[in-house]
Design a protein around this ligand. Structure first.
Ligand SMILES: [Zn+2]
Length: 377
């Protein structure tokens, strides 16, 4: 059993997740390195510096460029990137459904055109597993259909049923690849993904169904795609009782610091989001007092760090005035320092959450910070 529940406060869970690439203390944030690099110029060495535990890479992007076979020939993602901690690869599904043009879905899988050069690609459950086995990630995600939001109940129900059938095919294919020595990581884990749009009945039915497949972890997908945050929280609360207690839970693509605190509050263990790096590149920086825009004129002569409460390498050394100047001048360093701070903030936020759970004071922490951290100041 890779997941161990250490203690609970209400529905919130403090735990740990053992993998061949190290143990993840949960709740945890996974740092998004789409094409095997954090956007903003951060390497695997920088990830250690900002206290990251898990790196997340995108299957679709790496399949297109440089190609998963090349990554396998070079020893897999760990050797390729020099990140020795856990890596999660997504299934490619979300990108196929959001980036690719002219897609066509059948029971077998999805035919689509590459967003880079338009060439035709087919991806189904087997292909997704083969690519992820080549990448050699610690955790592979099952290939699912990502339905547009909102969707008709009938379509969402049919899609859930297909996603469940695809999950069985993923499980079978990954087992075959591992058995035949075709997986770069012979201990690769597999997570299933709960779908069902914003229909509670579908979400619950689907979770009950996939809970029986004995996977290494369970993700909640298809949320944070434009629905109000309250609807997302309702969906998490609806499926939580049916997610296996002894397995890790992952809320995909979420979110703001406030969203993460609410997710933990409702029993989620893992998160990932492009928000900290994307916002950093636009000058929006997270602090323990709320979000600042470093490009604001009021920081022109401000010699204090981005966040006086932050002990990241950026805040220990550089002033707001300097980072503002770098960003205004479009210097690459301005982007890099901002991304470092924001990702550190997220990883440190998770550390704080774990400490509060250990001390049994998470509820007070939730009440104090859930709104504050998402406020623009
Ligand atoms: Zn900082």
């Amino acid at each position: 059993m890779p997941y161990r529940l250490i203690r609970q406060e209400g529905t919130a869970r403090r735990g740990e997740f053992k993998t061949v690439h190290g143990t993840v203390q949960t709740p945890a944030f996974m740092n998004v390195a789409t094409a095997a690099a954090i956007k903003g110029g951060l390497s695997a060495f920088d990830l250690k510096e900002i206290r990251a535990q898990v790196m997340l890479c995108n299957t679709y992007h790496l399949h297109l460029r440089p190609g998963d076979k090349l990554v396998a020939d070079l020893g897999g993602l760990h050797r390729f990137t020099r990140w020795d901690g856990p890596i999660l690869t997504d299934s490619g599904g979300f990108q196929v459904f959001s980036l690719a043009k002219l897609r066509h879905i059948t029971e077998e899988g999805v035919t689509f055109n590459s967003h880079l050069d338009g060439h035709k690609i087919f991806m189904g459950p087997e292909e997704s597993m083969q690519i992820q086995a080549n990448l050699g990630s610690t955790i592979a995600m099952a290939f699912d259909e990502c339905v547009e939001n909102p969707a008709e109940h009938d379509y969402a129900a049919a899609s859930c049923a297909r996603t469940a059938r695809w999950l069985l095919r993923c499980q079978k294919e990954l087992a075959r690849l591992k058995h035949e020595g075709k997986a770069v990581n012979p201990d690769q884990l597999l997570f299933g993904i709960n779908q069902g749009c914003t229909y509670k009945d579908l979400r619950v039915e689907h979770m009950k169904q996939i809970a029986e497949y004995d996977l290494d972890g369970y993700a909640i997908g298809g949320l944070a795609v434009g629905e109000p945050a309250e609807v997302m929280y309702d969906m998490i609360s609806a499926v939580e009782p049916y997610a296996p207690k002894d397995k890790i839970r992952y809320l995909m693509g979420v979110g703001t610091p406030g969203n993460i605190i609410e997710g933990v509050y409702r029993g989620v263990d893992l998160f990932d989001c492009v928000m900290p790096s994307r916002n950093a590149r636009h000058g929006h920086l997270f602090t323990w007092n709320g979000i600042i825009n470093i490009k604001n004129l009021k920081y022109e002569r401000d010699e204090s760090p981005i966040d006086p409460e932050c002990d990241c390498p950026v805040c220990r050394n550089f002033s707001r005035a300097y980072i503002r100047h770098l960003q205004k001048a479009d210097e690459m360093l301005g982007m890099r320092l901002a991304v470092m701070h924001n990702l550190y903030f997220y990883n440190h936020l998770m550390e704080r959450i774990r400490e509060e759970l250990d001390a049994g004071t998470f509820t007070q922490f939730h009440d104090k910070y859930v709104k504050l951290l998402d406020t623009r100041i």
